[in-house]
Write a protein that binds this ligand. Structure first.
Ligand SMILES: Cc1cc2nc3c(=O)[nH]c(=O)nc-3n(C[C@H](O)[C@H](O)[C@H](O)COP(=O)(O)O)c2cc1C
Length: 378
């Protein structure tokens, strides 16, 4: 554990411990993966101003996201099949986030259900909604999130049709994995993973199976999403979802200024500048390059968050400088989870916290909320 110093170290360990099919489900982008790569690479093009001889004592990373106090402005992004990176993955990640003091967002396509996560946490978590053709099921999901006292609904806008990730097709992604010879051989080499899985009953999409009409089994994510995701979703739908939910609403997957302005008009509480971690429109801009223009366009009409490519505390600070009030990490926490379970998620958050703290000081700032454009060299 003492040798794990970076998110890349957690990724290396996860690669060894998680079956190939699920490791690659996380470590993949659509088609050529150019946007997936750009999300990470574009952060490196942004440089800080180094400042000296300023009082660096009493630093604080505390902030707020949609009015909720956070230990640092870094939430866990909603990710599907998290319970396949590690047994009971969503429950463990939610507990790690709660203990650390940052928000956890549960995906519609999770393995552990809303009720599973609620049963092991004390503070409210956030729920991410995909709009499906079966509107009764969508209404029921919203009501279940309310009953579980979720404090925000994150409505994902950029996955009404599934982008193709070649690795998932080649690996025959399913949950649980089909017992082919190749899968058995691969899983046999990962004893920590399969022993955990053998010890839990949570091995398929528990928000869906037994809740959606006529769905007794959804092993294949891609065939189910092709049938069920609603390509008709439009800005008008945001209104009825907002009304039914009645609480804080975050719109996820905005990458264009015009869409951001539309989003601001809906009365939602925040947008997430995001390209779904490079998993949808290959060839789209990296999130960090789209952020500034969007933040400038919406001003303070709506809170701006971002995700995509954050691999360090420095990346978080760069996003804050360019106008984000909060950020999310997807793969960094999944790699932590796959490597070391709950402890690994905590480790990912600690790595990012330490990098943020030292960078903040070397930039001559004491409060994370003071980071702005003037902190960047341009
Ligand atoms: C394995 C995986 C599964 C994901 N599943 C979902 C999902 O179910 N719902 C959603 O809104 N976004 C999903 N996303 C996108 C993330 O919420 C987030 O936008 C993205 O991971 C951020 O990029 P990063 O992984 O580089 O931090 C997923 C991302 C990954 C890597």
């Amino acid at each position: 554990m003492s040798q794990i110093l970076t998110i890349a170290d957690l990724k290396d360990l996860a690669r060894r411990r998680v079956p190939k099919m699920f490791f690659e489900y996380a470590d993949s982008g659509a088609w050529t993966e150019s946007t997936y790569r750009a999300n990470e690479e574009d952060f490196a093009k942004i440089k800080f101003r180094q400042r000296v001889l300023v009082d660096m004592s009493n630093r604080s990373l505390e902030s707020t996201m949609i009015g909720e106090k956070v230990a640092m402005p870094v939430a866990l992004a909603p990710t599907g099949l998290t319970g396949m990176q590690h047994a009971d993955g969503e429950m463990l990640a939610a507990q790690a986030a709660e203990e650390f003091g940052v928000p956890f967002t549960l995906s519609t396509m999770s393995i552990c259900s809303i009720e599973d996560v609620a049963s092991v946490t004390k503070k409210p978590f956030w729920f991410q909604l995909y709009v499906l053709r079966d509107k009764d099921f969508v209404l029921d999901l919203i009501d279940r999130a309310k009953a579980a006292k979720c404090s925000a609904l994150v409505l994902t806008l950029d996955l009404q049709i599934l982008g193709q990730r070649h690795k998932d097709v080649r690996n025959g992604l399913s949950a649980p994995p089909r017992m082919t010879l190749a899968n058995i051989a691969d899983i046999a080499m990962r004893p920590r993973w399969w022993m955990g899985m053998a010890g839990t009953k949570r091995r398929t999409f528990r928000n869906i199976v037994g809740h959606a009409k006529g769905v007794g089994d959804v092993a294949s994510l891609s065939s189910w999403t092709t049938e069920q995701f609603d390509p008709h979703l439009s800005w008008k739908d945001v209104a009825w979802i907002k009304e039914r939910w009645g609480g804080k609403l975050i719109l996820k997957g905005v990458l264009d200024k015009e869409d951001a302005l539309m989003a601001a008009k809906t009365g939602a509480d925040a947008i997430i500048v995001s390209n779904h971690g490079g998993r949808q429109l290959d060839g789209a801009s990296s999130s960090i390059m789209a952020l500034e223009e969007i933040a400038d366009a919406v001003g303070d009409t709506i809170e701006v968050h971002m995700d995509g490519g954050i691999r360090s505390g420095q990346d978080v600070l760069k996003a804050l400088c360019l106008g984000a009030k909060g950020t999310y990490i997807g793969r960094p926490f999944l790699y932590g989870l796959g490597a070391l379970g709950k402890e690994g998620v905590t480790k990912a958050l600690e790595i990012i916290r330490k990098e943020m703290d030292i960078t903040l000081a070397l930039c001559g700032k004491r409060l994370v909320t003071d980071m702005g454009k003037d902190q960047l060299r341009r």
